[in-house]
Write a protein that binds this ligand. Structure first.
Ligand SMILES: C[S@@+](CC[C@H](N)C(=O)[O-])C[C@H]1O[C@@H](n2cnc3c(N)ncnc32)[C@H](O)[C@@H]1O
Length: 248
């Protein structure tokens, strides 16, 4: 797909992503690869953590080209995981979702072409093991309508905080925190201190994890030291008085 807002970019693992003129940013880091990025930064760490659970409810912030959602389905199938997956995902750009019907996705998505088509056309898909719901609208409004304490995983994958501020503030994470069940884990590519402070002020415990060359942040509602290196945010605040969370 190529329009006046987004242009196609091939990433290092061969999968295509987009460059957004509106946000002046790539949807995925071309040097990491779109599939590789979603697997290493979001899916593998959170699924490892929840390996004992046979039903997972996921919030994918935000849908974009759908790599986080579609790669989750690919991963579950490829690893032969016997899990029921429900994914809720907000997205502002209705045209982007419709355009996914003809987007040139990688060969890994060959077996889920019918799911991609249905999501592009109807913004939802359901069979006995998979449920996907894409909500066209503002994520800040949408998350207020979801059931509290029901989510196992949050993929926090908005554009960066300088251009997509509303999805990185303390008040935003307050609402996300309410959606988390007690063993929920949130994954994000961002390791910036202001973002970790926003999450921490909303109640999350912060962990640093290095799946590959780049570090990521994992955050939990309850303290779980199996996840990676615990980051003591009180100590960070004490040592760096300039560091501030982001607010609405
Ligand atoms: C970095 S991209 C997400 C990439 C996506 N996870 C993927 O794998 O393709 C960010 C997306 O968030 C959407 N977005 C930005 N602000 C939003 C908001 N307030 N509410 C809903 N969607 C938003 C943008 O339109 C864009 O598609």
């Amino acid at each position: 797909m190529q329009d006046n807002i987004n242009s196609i970019v091939k990433t290092k693992d061969g999968s295509n992503t987009l460059f957004s003129q509106k946000y002046n940013q790539h949807y995925h880091n071309p040097d990491d690869g779109a599939i590789n990025e979603t697997l290493s930064k979001h899916i593998i760490p959170t699924f490892q953590y929840h390996k004992a659970k046979d039903e997972l409810i996921i919030l994918d912030i935000c849908f974009g080209i759908g790599y986080n959602t579609f790669t989750t389905l690919y991963y579950v199938k490829k690893a032969n995981l016997n899990k029921k997956i429900t994914i809720y995902s907000p997205e502002l750009d209705a045209n982007l979702i419709s355009s996914l019907e003809t987007f040139n996705f990688p060969k890994e998505f060959e077996d889920i072409k019918h799911i991609i088509k249905e999501v592009a056309m109807n913004k939802k898909y359901e069979d006995e093991n998979i449920k996907i719901e894409v909500n066209i609208g503002d994520a800040r409004e949408y998350i207020k309508t979801l059931e509290q304490q029901s989510f196992d995983i949050i993929y926090q994958d908005a554009f960066s905080s300088d251009v997509n501020t509303e999805l990185w503030t303390k008040e935003y994470f307050d609402d996300i925190f309410k959606l988390c069940n007690k063993d929920c884990v949130m994954s994000t590519y961002s390791v910036a201190t202001p973002i970790r402070l926003s999450m921490n002020e909303a109640g999350f415990f912060i962990y640093e994890y290095r799946p590959e060359k780049r570090k990521i942040t994992l955050a939990t509602k309850e303290k779980k030291d199996i996840l990676g290196k615990f980051i003591n945010m009180d100590l960070k605040r004490e040592r760096n008085k300039q560091a501030k969370a982001i607010y609405d």
